[in-house]
Design a protein around this ligand. Sequence first.
Ligand SMILES: Nc1nc2c(ncn2[C@@H]2O[C@H](COP(=O)(O)OP(=O)(O)OP(=O)(O)O)[C@@H](O)[C@H]2O)c(=O)[nH]1
Ligand SMILES: [Mg+2]
Length: 426
Amino acid sequence: MADMSRCAISAQSRRTDRHQRHEAERSQHKALVEIICKLRQLIAAETEADGPPDDAELARNFVKETDNIFEHLKRSELRCPVVGITKAGKSALLNGLLRADLLPSTNVPATSTCIRIRHTPGATSPTLSDSDGILAEDVPGVRHALWSLSGYGSRGKSTPDDDLMLDVSFPFLERTAPAQSLQFVLVDTPGVTEADAAGLVQATLAALRESDAVILACSYAQLQTRDERQFLERCGQTRADIFRHPGRSFFCVVTKMDLKNRHGADLSSVERLIRDQLGCALGEHIRQQSQFLWPVRAELGLLARLVAAGAADEAQRADYLKIVLGSQRVARQVTAQALCTLANDSVEFSGLLGVETMLRERVAARSASIRHKAVHGRLMGLIDDAYDWAHTARRPRLQKQLSRLLEAANSASEPIPDHSGGNEQA
Ligand SMILES: Nc1nc2c(ncn2[C@@H]2O[C@H](COP(=O)(O)OP(=O)(O)OP(=O)(O)O)[C@@H](O)[C@H]2O)c(=O)[nH]1
Ligand SMILES: [Mg+2]
């Protein structure tokens, strides 16, 4: 009897906690709407008064962006960029998750601009678009369009506004109910090289600013190289707050574990080495909080998936067999059934399933609470931009007002403690 009443009391208290949490979220929502309205008023007042044409243009852009943020507030979104130095295997990882050879992935710098990949439940084939409309449809069309945008020649020209959107249905989310109501976006980002770090970091930082979770791709083969250290240090110096944001999950995927490591670091020391590097560049919080997923062999995973699904062409089948069996001669003796079993084993071995499980869990756990965090990121970015403009245009009064707004936006997004036994915080 005593047990029953204890159960009833704890169920009641969980309901109360949930109710309080929803109330707190509602009031955060209201506060964010008020801040967005205030920001619009401030900019309109500043730009309409003596109106040079540049200011009118700026005001229009602000209104457009605040409209976008309002729209964003209405939907739930989980945005997760994949970042890292060039050739870390970011695009290969995403192709493995897409189960299709869509994104340019090769041994010379390939991805030249951020590509947002949006889960669109029920989409039977991919669609690529930018702000002007649809650029390409179906796998060969999208693949061709993305390859024509790739390459070293076009790198550095990319801006955060390039706005490429790839609509696909991620197979690993197909049966995940929360994904129906949540906008889930993975972002392929250009890798950073020493030569063009400045422009590319800008695009990467813009992707990070709007993120709710981050996947850092670290290549085992490029572990502790100068490029990697510089990339992390630059991120840390430019926008340390992005990494210290308490609600943001940080995952390290260690790729290319089949290759040799130039420092001879053995597997048992990989995690410690990367954590040390993260700690130095991005702070103690990231050293401790990062979660590790490894080993990942994305290239093998994609080829194995295509072979297992009977979707590999001759060249892909040969590449797969070369990786797993080493020689074409042995490959010719493998029966179709044995090949399928081998390919399924390779998928397990590739580490892709671990990354998919992690992402499915994020989608499920954070679908309810993500809205405010995502809006907060964009809003902070917009206020930052307005502040920069006010500074350049020598408008100290506006600068002061914007600082106050920034403080209000910060306190409107304090993490809400979860005592309800739910698992919403990543
Ligand atoms: N051996 C091996 N090669 C891999 C693996 N994953 C990716 N690769 C190869 O590594 C090369 C680089 O991969 P990308 O996917 O282009 O790397 P990225 O980080 O997207 O590079 P950028 O877009 O240029 O920054 C490609 O030739 C891939 O086939 C892996 O697990 N093992
Ligand atoms: Mg790439």
